[in-house]
Design a protein around this ligand. Structure first.
Ligand code: BG6
Length: 495
C-alpha cells in the first residue's frame, strides 16, 4: 500500500489483546497488502524478551487466533522481521529513553515522513502515566506524524472520563487521539450507515410515524472467564451499554450526515446522545433492570455462578446483565422506546437490532390480528449471523386467506464469498490512514457517560439485591421480560 512508513508501538505488547486481536489483525493486513511498505511493530512490556523470542510468541498467537488460520511461512519470513521488542518499566526513565532510541533508529531508516502510532493496550490506570511519559520524552510529535490509540474502558464514570480527556488534550490534539470502540469496526455495524444512507427506501419510514420501537440486544453465552478482576469494577452497564450499545443506538437514531467526513458523522451521533432523555433517580428502577448469573448447565457441563468466578467477590453486586428503556426527545423519535439489553451467560450469542414497524391503520384480515402487526419488522443481525431481514406478512399458499410472516433476507454468507475482516483490521488500518470516522470523539464518550451516570449512581446506592437472579443459559432475569412485556412486546430473538 502507499501508506507512510509506520512505527507501531504496542504498550501491553505481551498482553491478551495484542495476542488475540492486534497481532493477528496486523498480520492479516500485511497478507492482504494493506500494510505500509516500511513498517516496524515494537511491542513493549515488563517482561524481558529478545526480538526473536517475541517474534515467536506472536507467531504462536497469530497461528492460534487469526481468522485466516495458520501463518504461511513465506509471508511470515517477510512480516516477522519487522517485529521488535523493547522492555518498558513505566516508572523508569531509562526505558523511555530506550524506546525513543528505537523510534529514532527506525525513523532514520524509513525517512522523514515516518509516522508513529502508540497503542495503549494496557490496563486503564496506566493510560495517564504513559501519555505523560510520551510528553516528557518528547515523543508526541504532531498531527501529521503521530497518533495515540486508547483502548476501552475510557474512564470509569463521567468524572474520570473528563479527566482523561483533559489530560490527553493537554498532550495531543483531538486529531491525534483515537478512542477505540471495536463495535464500530465490525463489518455489519459499518453497513448500518450504508444501509440507511445509500438507499432511499428506508429513510421515509425511519421515524416515529412508522416505527413503533427499537430493540438492541447483545447477548453472550460466555461467562466472565478470566476477566473477573477487571469486570468486578465494571459490570454490564459500563462494559457494554455505555459504549457498544449506545453507539449502535446512535447509528439507528442519527440524522443523515451531509458527507462521510469523520467529524460530520460524529456530530450527528453526539446529537442523538444529547437528545436522549436523562433519568431522574426515581425513574431508574422503572426503566432499567440489572441481573447477575448464577450457576447452571451449558452444553451438558455445569458452570459456576458469577460470584464463584476467579477474582470475583463472593458477595459481589456487579451486574452481568443490564436492560434499559431509553427515549430520544426529538422530532424523529418522540414516543419511540429504544430497549437495550446485554448480558453474559445467556442462552444465545447474538447481536440484533430489531426495528418494529407500527400496525396497519385498519385490519381487513380476520386471522390473529393481535399478533400479526408484530411481524412487520426489520431485523439487523450483526453477529454471529450477518444478515438483514425484512419480516413482512404474506398470504400462505392455499385456498384460504391465511397470513403468514415471511422474511426477505440479505445474508452475507449467501451474497459474498469473501471473508469479512475483523473489526481490529479495519480500525488499525484507519488509524494508520488517519481516518477517525470509526473512533470515539471526546465529547461523544462524555455524553454517553452522562447518560448512564444516573443509572450507575442509583444502582450503587441500592445494594441489597437478590443476586444471582438468573441461571446460566437463560434469557436473563424475569424483570427484563417484564420491562418490555408491560408495553406489549417481547424481546425478539432469531430462531
Ligand atoms: C468487550 C467487553 O468490549 O466486548 C467484553 O469488554 C465483551 O465483556 C466483548 O465480551 C464483546 O465483543 P464481541 O466483539 O465479542 O461482541
Amino acid at each position: 500500500s502507499n501508506l507512510k512508513p509506520t512505527i507501531f508501538i504496542i504498550f501491553g505488547g505481551t498482553g491478551d489483546l495484542n495476542k488475540r486481536k492486534l497481532a493477528p489483525a496486523l498480520y492479516n493486513l500485511y497478507t492482504e497488502g494493506y500494510m505500509p511498505e516500511k513498517f516496524s511493530i515494537i511491542g513493549t512490556g515488563r517482561t524481558e524478551f529478545t526480538d526473536e523470542k517475541y517474534q515467536q510468541e506472536l507467531l504462536d498467537s497469530i497461528n492460534e487466533f487469526s481468522r485466516n488460520g495458520k501463518v504461511k511461512a513465506d509471508k511470515w519470513e517477510k512480516f516477522g522481521v519487522n517485529i521488535h521488542y523493547c522492555p518498558i518499566d513505566i516508572t523508569s526513565q531509562k526505558t523511555f529513553e530506550d524506546l525513543k532510541e528505537n523510534i529514532e533508529k527506525y525513523k532514520a531508516e524509513f525517512g522523514e515522513d515516518t509516522q508513529v502510532i502508540y497503542y495503549l493496550a494496557v490496563a486503564p490506570n496506566f493510560f495517564p502515566l504513559i501519555a505523560e511519559c510520551l510528553k516528557k520524552y518528547k515523543l508526541t510529535g504532531n498531527e501529521s506524524n503521530s497518533r495515540i490509540v486508547v483502548e476501552k474502558p475510557f474512564g470509569h464514570d463521567l468524572e474520570s472520563a473528563k479527566e482523561l480527556n483533559l489530560l490527553l488534550d493537554g498532550i495531543f490534539t483531538e486529531k491525534q487521539i483515537y478512542r477505540i470502540d471495536h463495535y464500530l469496526g465490525k463489518e455489519t455495524v459499518q453497513n448500518m450507515m450504508a444501509f440507511r444512507f445509500a438507499n432511499s427506501l428506508f429513510e421515509p419510514l425511519w421515524n416515529r410515524n412508522y416505527i413503533d420501537h427499537v430493540q438492541i440486544s447483545v447477548t453472550e453465552q460466555l461467562g466472565v472467564g478470566d476477566r473477573g478482576g477487571y469486570y468486578e469494577g465494571s459490570g454490564a452497564l459500563r462494559d457494554m451499554i455505555q459504549n457498544h450499545l449506545l453507539q449502535l443506538l446512535c447509528l439507528v437514531g442519527m440524522e443523515a450526515p451531509i458527507s462521510f467526513d469523520a467529524d460530520e458523522i460524529r456530530d450527528r451521533k453526539v446529537e442523538v446522545l444529547k437528545a436522549m432523555r436523562p433519568f431522574k433517580p426515581e425513574e431508574v428502577s422503572y426503566n432499567s433492570v440489572r441481573g447477575q448469573y448464577g450457576k447452571g448447565w451449558v452444553a451438558g457441563k455445569e458452570v459456576p455462578g458469577y460470584r464463584h468466578e476467579n477474582a470475583v467477590d463472593s458477595h459481589s453486586n456487579t451486574e452481568t446483565f443490564a436492560a434499559v428503556k431509553f427515549h430520544i426527545d426529538n422530532w424523529r423519535w418522540q414516543g419511540v422506546p429504544f430497549y437495550l439489553r446485554t448480558g453474559k451467560r445467556l442462552n444465545q450469542t447474538s447481536s440484533l437490532i430489531t426495528i418494529q414497524f407500527k400496525d396497519v391503520p385498519h385490519h381487513i384480515f380476520s386471522s390473529n390480528v393481535a399478533e400479526i402487526w408484530q411481524q412487520n419488522r426489520l431485523i439487523i443481525s450483526l453477529q454471529p449471523e450477518m444478515s438483514i431481514r425484512l419480516q413482512v406478512q404474506a398470504k400462505r399458499p392455499g385456498v384460504d386467506m391465511v397470513l403468514n410472516p415471511v422474511d426477505m433476507v440479505f445474508d452475507y454468507k449467501g451474497t459474498y464469498d469473501t471473508d469479512t475482516p475483523e473489526a481490529y483490521e479495519t480500525l488499525l488500518l484507519d488509524a494508520m490512514e488517519g481516518d477517525q470516522t470509526l473512533f470515539m470523539r471526546g465529547d461523544q464518550v462524555e455524553a454517553a457517560w452522562e447518560l448512564v451516570m444516573p443509572i450507575i449512581n442509583t444502582w450503587e446506592n441500592k445494594t441489597s439485591l437478590n443476586f444471582p437472579n438468573y441461571p446460566a443459559d437463560s434469557w436473563g432475569p424475569e424483570e427484563a421480560e417484564a420491562l418490555i412485556a408491560r408495553d406489549g412486546f417481547h424481546w425478539f430473538t432469531l430462531p
